[in-house]
Design a protein around this ligand. Structure first.
Ligand SMILES: [Zn+2]
Length: 129
C-alpha cells in the first residue's frame, strides 16, 4: 500500500535514506535533524503536486517496530496516542525500548519520552473531568 496523507493516496512515491547537509525538522516528532545526521526522505506525488517529507530515523524505527504498515505521513504520534499507548503499559514499553535500543538508542529514548508525555497528558485530561 502506498503512503497516504489525509486519506489521499500518493500516486508516486520515492523514499530513501539521506544524509542531511543542513538542518531539517522531522515531520513526525518536530525534532531537528542535524547536518550530517541520516534521515528518511520521501518524495511523493499527490493530486499532481510533489511533496517532500523528512523523518528522523528514530521515528522511522519506531514506526517499523509497531508495524506501521500504511506509513501515513505526519500522524505517527497521533496514531501512537490513539492506538498503541492506550493498549500498553510501562512494562511493555520498557520491553519495546529494550528491543529498539539494539537497533537505534535514539528510538528507544524517544519512545519512552513520548510515552511519558502521553501519560502526563492523560493525567491532565482525567483532572478535567
Ligand atoms: Zn522524528
Amino acid at each position: 500500500m502506498l503512503p497516504d496523507h489525509d486519506g489521499d493516496e500518493a500516486t508516486l512515491y520515492r523514499a530513501r535514506k539521506k544524509t542531511a547537509n543542513r538542518s531539517h525538522v522531522c515531520c513526525e516528532c518536530g525534532d531537528t535533524i542535524k547536518p550530517r545526521d541520516q534521515y528518511h526522505h520521501a518524495a511523493m506525488l499527490f493530486d499532481g503536486s510533489w511533496g517532500t517529507y523528512k523523518t528522523c530515523l528514530a521515528c522511522v524505527d519506531i514506526g517499523d517496530h509497531f508495524t506501521w504498515t500504511s506509513r501515513a505521513i505526519e500522524c505517527l504520534w497521533e496514531e501512537m496516542d490513539e492506538f498503541v499507548f492506550p493498549e500498553t503499559d510501562m512494562q511493555e514499553i520498557e520491553k519495546d525500548c529494550r528491543k529498539l535500543r539494539e537497533k537505534n538508542p535514539d528510538a528507544a529514548h524517544k519512545l519512552m519520552s513520548e510515552y511519558q508525555r502521553y501519560l502526563s497528558e492523560r493525567e491532565v485530561d482525567d483532572a478535567d473531568e
